[in-house]
Design a protein around this ligand. Structure first.
Ligand code: GLV
Length: 308
């Protein structure tokens, strides 16, 4: 029974060490080295090699290195293989830091002051307290809920929207398609943290922008595929949106000639909002392996029908 790790050699070194001390009984191979292919029961990967079924005929569990699994080609994964997403504390903390930075920056007009600095303009506005800002987080799962808890603690007027109803203390929650418009109408700063599925692809589009109060900000920490890119610039140029903070794009890296780079109201970061840390991610996989081997259910199991 063996495990194959399919990622960069730097990350592999940390994982190898963790596995060597915690699971000396489990052969640990770093792709493209695999050992006997029929022995491979576990695969840890961001993206998988093609042709998984013939490559590893006895594969039982695929551990994704990402919080999202949209980078995986689900059609390529044999039906009996369980897929586990990465749910890990430092990934959650990283996302909290990024979203708080972006919300603060929108609330305190930092993107405007950065533009003003480039133009040598000294022009300040009186600041408004956090409680007057309605922050709406789409996605109230492993990332969205802890982000909302922090925003509540900072005094923002918080709303959350999710596919099925979730509760977070101090947050007004909305659920499903039927309550989306009401949620949007009350959101000055919109944070996208939903998983990318067929239901959420292109959810950040012109229609949605028009349902937000005029001058709203959007923060996309999900995937590039959530945003209809052609709809963004008209919404910013008309003032319907006042700022977009994008950590993700389509494609990544965003081509150098793309219009997003130079738009004064778009702040781009290169998909750095958050990622799993190798040492704690390895611990999470080790703990899940223990559960699996004991016949218990693992954390982060993907429902392939739902897509997350
Ligand atoms: C990063 O984007 C992840 O899904 O972990």
């Amino acid at each position: 029974m063996s495990l194959v790790f399919h990622q960069t050699p730097e990350r592999a070194a940390i994982w190898r060490e963790k596995f060597a001390s915690a699971r000396p009984d489990m052969p640990f191979h770093v792709w493209p080295e695999t050992g006997p292919k029929e022995d491979v029961r576990y695969l840890v990967a961001w993206k998988t090699p093609d042709d998984l079924a013939t490559l590893f005929p006895n594969l039982e569990v695929l551990f994704s290195l990402g919080a999202g699994i949209d980078q995986l080609n689900l059609a390529n994964i044999p039906p009996g293989v369980q897929i586990i997403r990465m749910v890990e504390n430092s990934l959650v903390e990283g996302m909290i830091e990024y979203v708080l930075w972006a919300v603060f920056s929108c609330h305190r007009d930092m993107f405007r002051y950065a533009r003003q600095q480039r133009e040598h303009v000294w022009n300040g506005s009186h600041n408004r307290p956090a409680r007057l800002y309605r922050v709406g987080v789409m996605g109230m799962g492993e990332l969205g809920s802890p982000v909302l808890e922090k925003l509540v603690a900072l005094g923002y007027d918080c709303r959350g929207w999710s596919r099925s109803r979730r509760e977070v203390a101090g947050v007004t929650s909305f659920a499903g398609e039927a309550e989306l418009d009401e949620f949007l109408a009350q959101t000055d700063i919109l944070v996208c943290l939903v998983p990318l599925t067929e239901a959420t692809r292109g959810i950040l589009n012109r229609d949605l922008f028009e349902k937000l109060p005029k001058g709203a900000c959007i923060i996309n920490c999900g995937r590039g595929g959530h945003l209809v890119q052609d709809d963004l610039i008209p919404a910013l140029d008309s003032g319907q949106l006042s700022q977009a903070v994008l950590d993700v794009a389509t494609p990544e890296p965003l081509p150098a000639e793309h219009t997003f780079w130079d738009h004064p109201r778009i702040f781009l970061t290169p998909h750095i909002a958050s990622a799993a840390q190798s040492d704690s991610a390895a611990e999470v996989v080790l703990a899940n392996l223990r559960r699996y081997e004991a016949g218990e259910s693992m954390t982060g199991v993907i429902d392939t029908g739902r897509g997350y």
